[in-house]
Write a protein that binds this ligand. Structure first.
Ligand SMILES: [Zn+2]
Length: 253
């Protein structure tokens, strides 16, 4: 069965190969595989414009780590390319690294939520130690949809997000031994609102933890979830694939 990686970065100092090689390796694993490549700043998003590969879909946005000093031209770039992107992302809040920039992060997130509503696109959210502010911001945009990637919040927040139709992105960190919290959340809530991802080149799953992550390793995440829920890997994939296609309006892909 095909796999869908709903969150991968194609350019990063961690990669020892170029973006096309990352894509081709992934697509050679199964020709129906689907990849959502995310941009995090103006430069990244410009490079995404040059990618034109079957079953590779693009998301553009400004990551919270660039909340101060980002190039505002990215907003024009996203509007010009609106028919070529499936989501606004990776955007969000990160108080683990950027607590001093809380106001700037909130301001940028508000602007990008407005853009997502304007263009009628889902959002791909990064949230680290900022669940309260994220939910408050989502509440200001009742029609907004999306995914909280690499979900690391509580069961309570997961329930709030699910009730709003948001998905939880689950990747390599699920397979880590110390991540009991996420395993319990999935056990409790099931896969109804879960999509799989890698966050390549980061967060490679067990048994490749510490190595450079690649989109095809999403299979290890599916396998770990299947083991924990006592269902087959194909069952995990068929549910989470359908969720991913629905989230990004790719049902005909
Ligand atoms: Zn990411």
């Amino acid at each position: 069965m095909r796999i869908i990686d709903t969150h991968a970065h194609l350019w990063d100092a961690k990669y020892d190969v170029d973006a096309l090689e990352v894509i081709n390796d992934f697509m050679s694993e199964h020709k129906g595989n689907v990849l959502v490549a995310v941009g995090t700043n103006f430069e990244d998003c410009k490079k995404l414009c040059e990618i034109n590969q079957k079953n590779v879909f693009k998301a553009m946005g400004i990551h919270p780590q660039f909340a101060t000093g980002y190039d505002p031209q990215v907003f024009d770039l996203i509007r010009v390319n609106k028919d070529d992107i499936v989501a606004i992302g990776e955007i969000g809040l990160d108080y683990y690294y950027g607590k001093d920039e809380r106001e700037a992060q909130l301001d940028l997130l508000y602007k990008q939520f407005e853009l997502a509503v304007e263009l009628d696109k889902p959002v791909i959210l990064h949230c680290r130690e900022a669940s309260g502010d994220l939910v408050d911001m989502i509440n200001k945009f009742p029609t907004l949809r999306g995914v909280v990637h690499c979900y690391s919040g509580s069961l309570e927040t997961a329930k709030i997000l699910m009730a709003k139709g948001f998905y939880l992105g689950v990747g390599g960190s699920y397979t880590f031994n110390n991540n009991k919290k996420l395993k319990e959340i999935i056990k409790e809530l099931g896969l109804e609102n879960v999509v799989l991802e890698t966050d390549s080149p980061y967060l490679a799953p067990v048994p490749l933890r510490g190595k450079v992550n690649r989109p095809q390793y999403v299979r290890y995440v599916a396998r770990a979830i299947a083991d924990d829920l006592s269902i087959s890997e194909d069952e995990v994939l068929s549910i989470t694939n359908a969720n991913a296609l629905k989230l990004f309006n790719l049902e005909n892909v």
